[in-house]
Design a protein around this ligand. Structure first.
Ligand SMILES: [Zn+2]
Length: 592
């Protein structure tokens, strides 16, 4: 019997001691960092609210309780029961069953009404159908990326469970060495901008933090072949931790799977979805530019399949001697300062990733309080001798002035911004300025990538500032549903009509602006080029989430939307196909 199996036997014995005899336990297993307990009495388990807490504190592990598959009501019948139990004013928009986890995901406009007072309605659902409800708020703007990633993970659930069990055994293996040291190796991003990648090593463990591209440098990857990284074999890396989904930190994560890595990626849920969006677009952009992409869409799917998402503040075992906690970095949606607690916690290392200290319109400022940090690895892109942070009010004032001056001359304002993060901040500034009458009311045309990234933002309001999340769920207040916003794609005729049309503001993909490919390339305080040749334009109004969707309908719409989101710079011919995380939807795409 392996040491992990022996350890699990001990865990089972403890669970038998703690759990009352009337609740039957059918299996106990590690799945990724979690200890999963399967029970034939999920309702009784759910009713005893203290039981899981007691188990977690006795076993000192993250515990998930799942119903044994034998007690689950058939999904069709279960859906009828759930719709009956949940009050109508909850506004349920979608119900999906995940046989792998025994969870039923209930999307509703008012999640509180599905959960009920003190969790009463949720417990009633479990008691009636056996499934464990996961209740989420319906996003006000549908994201094809999020739909795609979730349906892909659903399709791959059996393989994913195999992966998670393997990762779980790796995490809970016995340490091989009693030595105590920690070493950090830089694989890029020192004395240069871009290709962020570090390895943190202990005598038992190797963890890669980020794997980014070097903007503008064709083919330069981080130094992955050094002995601390892939040079000793891909299997020597225990885990990849991703701070955030910007190309200079994340673009080459799928390359690791091309190079034989087969382990987990830890990040937040929005970072996972944005990673899919950005890396597929990265492949498309390389193909459109006549470059060979360093990996294909299959590797993006591998990366998504191996991702384990964590919430801010969760303390998670990711190796026998390392725990990981992610904290808000304030930089972009889902961005994290990653904190490693090594050994018994006497040595702690934090990697900042890109950080933003003060609150922005979208996000709270970075967390900078930790119980302990012995080593801090700090991003310093804007930390050069002559660098300074422009005043936000000053930058916004200049932006509005440029818009006014350009509109007066009958021109079109081109605002090339990073699709994730800065574009949404600029959208908020422009929408507010129009509402306040500070700039003229002009249509704002958004690249499909920008619109899709915006939709991902509205899917994860819990990662935004509270006041922004509140506004997003008020249909009259949601700033991203402002009538001025129109998404465009690669239709040349519509590009022409915008180019020759009335004054407008256009936010093309950042590739249109040399040097703006990474988040650090564009800056709203810089003069904004004004020209009359914007990218192609197709009006695509904000799609508001509504009626429930079947799986195939969802997939069809997601694929169509993903294709629509393909946009090219003005001079580039449009491409009609686009890779999606669900390979099944687009095996004919040109990215292979
Ligand atoms: Zn960044």
């Amino acid at each position: 019997m392996s040491t992990v199996d022996k350890q699990l036997e001990g865990v089972k014995a403890t669970i038998d001691d703690v759990v009352p005899r009337r609740i039957s336990i059918s299996d106990v297993t590690y799945e990724g960092p979690e200890l999963v307990i399967y029970t034939r009495d999920p309702a009784e388990f759910a009713a005893d609210t203290e039981l899981v807490r007691q188990l977690a504190s006795t076993l000192r592990k993250r515990i998930t309780v799942r119903p044994d598959p034998s007690v689950l009501t058939r999904p069709g019948d279960a859906e009828r029961v759930i719709r009956d139990v949940v009050p109508d004013d909850a506004g349920v928009t979608d119900i999906e069953f995940d046989r792998e986890t025994g969870e039923v995901r209930i999307e509703a406009r008012d999640p509180g009404a599905v959960i009920g007072r003190g969790g009463e309605t949720r417990r009633e659902i479990t008691a009636a159908v056996g499934w464990t409800p996961e209740v989420v708020r319906s996003a006000p703007i549908e994201s094809s990326t999020v739909d795609n990633v979730r349906s892909f993970l659903g399709q791959e659930r059996e393989e994913r469970r195999t992966i998670l069990e393997r990762v779980g055994r790796q995490i809970h293996r016995e340490p091989m060495s009693d030595d105590e040291w920690v070493r950090i190796t830089s694989l890029g991003c020192c004395r240069e901008v871009g290709r962020a990648a570090f390895v943190i090593s202990t005598p038992n463990t190797r963890i890669l933090v980020d794997c980014g591209e070097k903007p503008g440098a064709n083919g330069e990857t981080p130094y992955l072949d050094v002995p601390e990284a892939l040079g000793s074999g891909a299997s020597t890396i225990d885990a990849v931790v991703l701070t955030h989904a910007h190309l200079d930190h994340a673009a080459l994560v799928p390359l690791l799977y091309e190079r034989g890595y087969d382990g987990p990626i830890y990040c937040t849920e929005p970072t996972r979805d944005l990673l899919g969006l950005l890396t597929l677009d990265y492949i498309d952009s390389a193909n459109a530019d006549g470059r060979t992409p360093p990996y294909d869409s299959e590797m993006v799917r591998e990366a998504i399949k191996h991702t384990i998402t964590l919430e801010y503040g969760d303390v998670t075992d990711i190796a026998p001697d390392v725990k990981l906690t992610l904290h808000n970095a304030g930089h972009v949606l889902g961005s994290s300062v990653v904190h490693f607690h090594v050994g018994e916690g006497l040595y702690n290392v934090a990697f900042s990733g890109d950080i933003h200290y003060s609150d922005t319109r979208l996000l709270d400022g970075a967390v900078n309080q930790f119980p302990r940090v012995e080593t801090l690895v700090l991003e310093s892109t804007y930390g050069g001798r002559n660098d300074y942070q422009t005043d936000q009010n000053d930058s916004e004032r200049k932006l509005k002035q440029v818009v006014r001056d350009t509109a007066d001359r009958g021109g079109t304002v081109l605002v090339p911004t990073e699709a994730v993060g800065r574009a949404q901040e600029v959208m908020l500034v422009l929408a507010e300025a129009m509402r306040e009458g500070e700039i003229p009311d002009l249509p704002i045309y958004l690249d499909g990538m920008v619109w899709e990234a915006t939709a991902v933002h509205t899917t994860y309001p819990e990662f935004l500032r509270d006041d922004m999340a509140d506004r997003i769920f008020d249909a009259d207040e949601n700033p991203f549903l402002s009538d001025q916003f129109h998404a465009f794609d690669g239709d040349d005729a519509e590009r022409e009509s915008i180019a020759g049309g009335d004054p407008a503001i256009v936010s093309p993909r950042p590739g249109c602006s040399p040097g703006a490919r990474s988040d650090r390339g564009s800056n709203t305080s810089a003069p904004i080029p004004t020209r009359r040749s914007p990218s192609s334009i197709t009006r695509r109004r904000g799609r508001r989430a509504g009626a429930s969707r079947t799986g195939s309908e969802r997939l069809r719409r997601a694929t169509a939307a993903a294709r629509r989101s393909t946009c090219r710079c003005a001079s580039r011919p449009s491409t009609a196909s686009r890779a999606t995380p669900t390979g099944r939807a687009s095996r004919t795409s040109s990215t292979r």
